[in-house]
Design a binder for this molecule. Structure first.
Ligand code: 6PG
Length: 470
């Protein structure tokens, strides 16, 4: 009996995905560059061994799969994927589907898809979210490719995906790079979400002088309410963990310099290219950059010292309630921006991205999974063409209820010298977005003054240059 699907690359993510596929009743052929890794993987697969076909050559691997063959490639993103595809090609036949399940740059995905166009082979760029745990037991899966190739893999992918109230968190989102693009924006939102949580943590730690376990309690409480989400949940767990070496809170022993692999940056670059303001995501990426400049920051602290936190505007309990609302309001801004980037990309790349479906498949399995995404699903289901999440009825009400708290929190942080770049940019975004008459009239006048760039008049009079010379 031939395998239903194949998988190349038995690293942590690849192994977990393969075990998940086998566990859900699918026969899978596996291949790894090192045959020993393939043998070990099979030997350790326990009860799932019967459904796993370990292959030591690409030829045997391809022969083991039922045509047209879907082959998942789960290796390091970039060059290695192109190399692997070249090695694989000679063994494939018309209709076979190479599936890149890594965190690829969607421009690479579009290129790979286009390059295969006349070869009879095809390509799927598949975003997989949920980390190791998700890959093993149910990730959120974002698929981009031809509809025909999707039909071939739909059953297997549906069987392994996460479920939200029984609904599978997997969908075909459009041609070529659509799946990897949506995964990129997922990560951009993930960056913003994490940065905002870290900023709130900073206010609690450095402003309110609470210890890690106390802050963990706060996040634990919030996880029972409007902020219920995977990231809120793990924040509580992280803050309550103790370092076995020092006996101190684990989080206090970790160097405050965040890494990044590129997906957040790609979201921002794409937002800029498409002319979409994604300021909260930008702030989150910049936040990671600044965090990594640890030595420079320490040197600056010796010059400037640290400001003394000002007194709370209200009592402590009320202020902590404000922090909860502020985080919610700012999160709405970040998600609104992420969805706005997707709407612009959808038009630009002709993907016809289904916004309600994207929100729907992010409700479980992925890193940003939350109750909140169920509400976003409802908002976009009611109005799939909504100009911005912020102006949908449910979210505009939430923003009206919470923007006062965000304002108080950002003001307090500014006066206390606590950095809140993502929270404050979400607030500034909202304030700019909701104001019908802004200040760009002055910028237009300046542009016309120094460069004769011209402007439009509010009264429609046909005169487009100012009287600057007189
Ligand atoms: C996920 C994660 C996962 C990974 C990213 C982010 O959805 O499962 O987003 O893909 O954590 O690579 O990585 P960096 O924070 O290292 O950029």
């Amino acid at each position: 009996e031939q395998a239903e699907i194949g998988l190349i690359g038995l690293g942590v993510m690849g192994s977990n995905l393969a075990l998940n596929i086998a566990e859900k009743g699918n026969r899978i052929a596996v291949f790894n560059r090192s045959p020993e890794a393939t043998r070990n993987f099979h030997a350790e697969a326990g009860a799932l061994q019967d459904r796993i076909v370990p292959c030591e050559t690409l030829e045997a691997f391809v022969a083991a799969i039922r045509p047209p063959r879907p082959i998942i490639i789960m290796i390091k993103a970039g060059e290695p994927v192109d190399q692997q595809m070249e090695l694989l090609k000679p063994y494939l036949s018309a209709g076979d589907i190479m599936i890149d399940a890594g965190n690829a740059n969607f421009h690479d995905t579009i290129r790979r898809f286009d390059n295969l166009k006349d070869s009879g082979l095809t390509f799927i760029g598949m975003g997989v979210s949920g980390g190791e745990e998700g890959a093993r037991h149910g990730p959120s899966i974002m698929v981009g490719g031809t509809e025909e190739s999707w039909k071939r893999v739909e059953t297997v992918l549906t069987s392994i995906s996460a479920r939200f109230n029984g609904e599978p968190c997997v969908a075909w989102l459009g041609e070529n790079g659509a799946g990897h693009f949506v995964k990129t924006i997922h990560n951009g939102i993930e960056y913003a979400d994490m940065q905002m949580i870290a900023e709130i943590y900073g206010i609690l730690r450095d402003g309110l002088r609470m210890d890690a376990a106390e802050i963990g309690e706060v996040f634990g409480r919030w996880n029972g309410g409007r902020l219920n989400s995977y990231l809120t949940e793990i924040t509580e767990k992280v803050l309550k963990a103790t370092d076995p070496v020092s006996g101190k809170p684990m989080v206090d022993m970790i160097v405050d310099a965040a890494g990044q692999k590129g997906t957040g940056k790609w979201s921002v670059i794409e937002a800029q290219n498409l002319g979409v303001a994604a300021t909260a995501i930008e702030a989150a990426v910049a936040g990671r950059i600044l965090s990594s400049q640890k030595a420079e920051r320490e040197a600056a602290e010796t010059i400037f010292g640290l400001p003394t936190p000002v007194e709370l505007p209200t009592d402590k309990a009320a202020f902590i309630d404000d922090l909860e609302s502020a985080l919610l309001a700012a999160k709405i801004g970040a998600y609104a921006q992420g969805f706005a980037v997707m709407a612009a990309a959808s038009a630009h790349y002709n993907w016809n991205l289904p916004m309600p479906t994207i929100a729907r498949i992010w409700r479980a399995g992925c890193i940003i999974r939350s109750q909140f995404l169920d509400e976003i699903t409802s908002a976009f289901t009611a109005d799939p063409q909504a100009a911005n999440l912020i102006v949908t009825p449910a979210f505009s009400q939430m923003v009206k209820d919470a923007d006062g708290a965000l304002r108080r929190v950002v003001s307090h942080a500014a006066l206390s010298g606590l950095p809140v770049p993502a929270l404050s940019s979400a607030l500034a975004y909202f304030d700019a977005y909701r104001r019908g008459r802004g200040t760009a009239n002055l910028i237009q006048a300046q542009r016309d003054f120094f460069g004769a760039h011209g402007f439009d008049r509010i009264d429609g009079v046909d005169q487009h240059h100012g009287p600057w010379g007189s």
